[in-house]
Design a protein. Structure first.
Length: 474
């Protein structure tokens, strides 16, 4: 079992002041795979003080210096890809092949995209006789989830480094190993002491301490809407900026007359990838009533062709979900749909293939799902798709938007027709015959899916302050 018992604060690995040990469970075996120390208020205070001190000098570095720093981080990241993939696979259950091909490259992609954006960004703009400048924001607390751990960590760390902020990262206690390795990467790349700090912990402990801390200027949080509300409430007393990417319940609007065998696999694959543990998974299929039977057959075939196996096994399968609580939540939602009148097409409750250990979920399809059912509205975060019918395009758009979330939406069908509908969908990301976003574009949601953006130049802007300077000499 790997031990990550120290925090990385002010350029050094230090013992916790009063923290407690926490075992990280391998979801494939339900056995401990690593351990961390859950930090304390004292640990947070120390990390924030280091970041505040470092900000005075790091905020004054040149763009060229920060470009060089990002380039060094990128090279060190590439050298640790095998280690990052192994940690991600063992702790959150991504199959090792998927961790190598998707999870780890996603984090690298944010560093590469941020580097390009930094090299092209104009930090100063003349407005009449006045000048408007973008400046570093300050000390940023980063609270990140377990489902795409490196993706969400790097989406915050990269732009903060790029613009001259200092930071304290609290990764998920479910998948902390890759964050520890990232701290090692930062150290080896020569990130100045205090600029990047890592304090492991849980939400009620370290997360709450960061959210309320008077010397934290911004909290960047990715996670559930419920937790995001708690972070925003805690941060309100100090009027710090709160930057959030929260939950989702993405529709997959299947256009009438679509070639289902062609357009459904690219979008429905988003329900299966990462065992459904993606906030942009397009789980709610909205299908014209004339094509429900055909769409059901196509998706049923996809679900039944999807193999489930341990994360340590190399291959094109899905792994377990992250923990027992998540497993039980998915089981409860599937059963609630059946109890409320949905038709179980394939999959269902219980582990697949007679397994008696591991948090494995059967790829599941439910038909005849209506908007009054829990599974239509609650984020499932598992390999579970639902099919609901509509009668005309206006009703389909209304159903797609009938959610408190607005992170993403997919459209399956003729691209020209889909392009006409895309502006009518209330979501931060709309994909046509696909489910994932594009590099360098802003990522974030409408409504209760959040209020910030990450990625490319848009991510840089959200980690900076704007200043107007009046009266400078010509």
């Amino acid at each position: 079992m790997k031990s990550y018992l120290k925090h990385y604060i002010d350029g050094a690995w230090v013992d916790s002041e009063g923290g407690t040990r926490h075992a990280v469970i391998d979801p494939s075996t339900e056995q401990p795979v690593s351990e961390i120390t859950l930090g304390t208020q004292a640990d947070v205070d120390k990390a924030v003080a280091a970041a505040k001190k470092a900000f005075a000098s790091f905020s004054q570095t040149s763009v060229a210096e920060r470009v060089a720093l990002l380039e060094r981080v990128i090279e060190e990241y590439k050298a640790r890809i095998p280690d990052l993939a192994a940690a991600t696979s063992e702790e959150m259950g991504a199959p090792i092949g998927f961790a190598q091909a998707a999870q780890v490259p996603a984090g690298l992609g944010y560093f590469l995209g941020t580097l390009k954006a930094l090299q092209e960004f104009d930090f100063s703009e003349q407005v009449g006789k006045n000048r408007v400048v973008h400046e570093p924001l300050g000390v940023v607390a980063m609270i990140t989830p377990w489902n795409w751990p490196l993706n969400q960590i790097c989406a915050k760390v990269a732009p903060a480094l790029a613009v001259g902020d200092t930071m304290i990262l609290k990764p998920s206690e479910e998948a902390p190993g890759c964050a520890v390795i990232l701290a090692e990467i930062m150290d080896k790349a020569g990130v100045p002491a205090g600029v990047f700090n890592l304090v492991n912990g849980d939400g009620p402990g370290v997360g709450a301490a960061l959210s309320t801390h008077k010397d934290v200027d911004m909290v960047s949080f990715t996670g559930s809407t419920r937790a995001g509300i708690a972070v925003a409430t805690a941060a309100a007393a100090t009027v710090k900026r709160v930057h959030q990417e929260l939950g989702g319940k993405a529709p997959n609007l299947v256009l009438q007359g679509a070639d289902l065998a062609t357009v459904l696999p690219p979008t429905v694959s988003g329900v299966l990838a990462n065992s459904g543990q993606s906030c942009i998974a397009p789980t709610r299929l909205l299908v014209h009533s004339s094509q429900v039977a055909d769409a059901t057959a196509v998706v049923k075939t996809m679900m039944e062709a999807t193999k489930v196996d341990a994360a340590s096994v190399m291959g094109a399968h899905i792994g377990p979900v992250v923990n027992k609580a998540q497993f039980e939540k998915i089981q409860d939602l599937i059963q609630s749909a059946i109890d409320e009148g949905a038709t179980l097409v394939t999959g269902g409750t219980g582990r697949p293939d007679g397994r008696n250990a591991g948090f494995f979920v059967k790829p599941t399809l439910l038909a005849d799902v209506t908007p009054d059912m829990r599974i239509y509205r609650e984020e499932t975060f598992g390999p579970v798709a639902t099919i609901s019918s509509y009668d005309d395009a206006e009703q389909a758009i209304e159903m797609a938007n009938d959610t408190v979330y607005g992170l993403s939406a997919a459209i399956s069908g003729d691209p020209a027709e889909a392009a006409k509908i895309a502006p009518k969908l209330r979501a931060g990301l709309v994909t046509i015959n696909a489910w994932a976003g594009g590099g360098g574009t802003p990522f974030g949601g409408y409504k209760q899916s959040g209020n910030g953006r990450e990625g490319g130049k848009y991510g840089l802007v959200d980690f900076m302050e704007l200043k107007t300077i009046v009266g400078e000499p010509a």
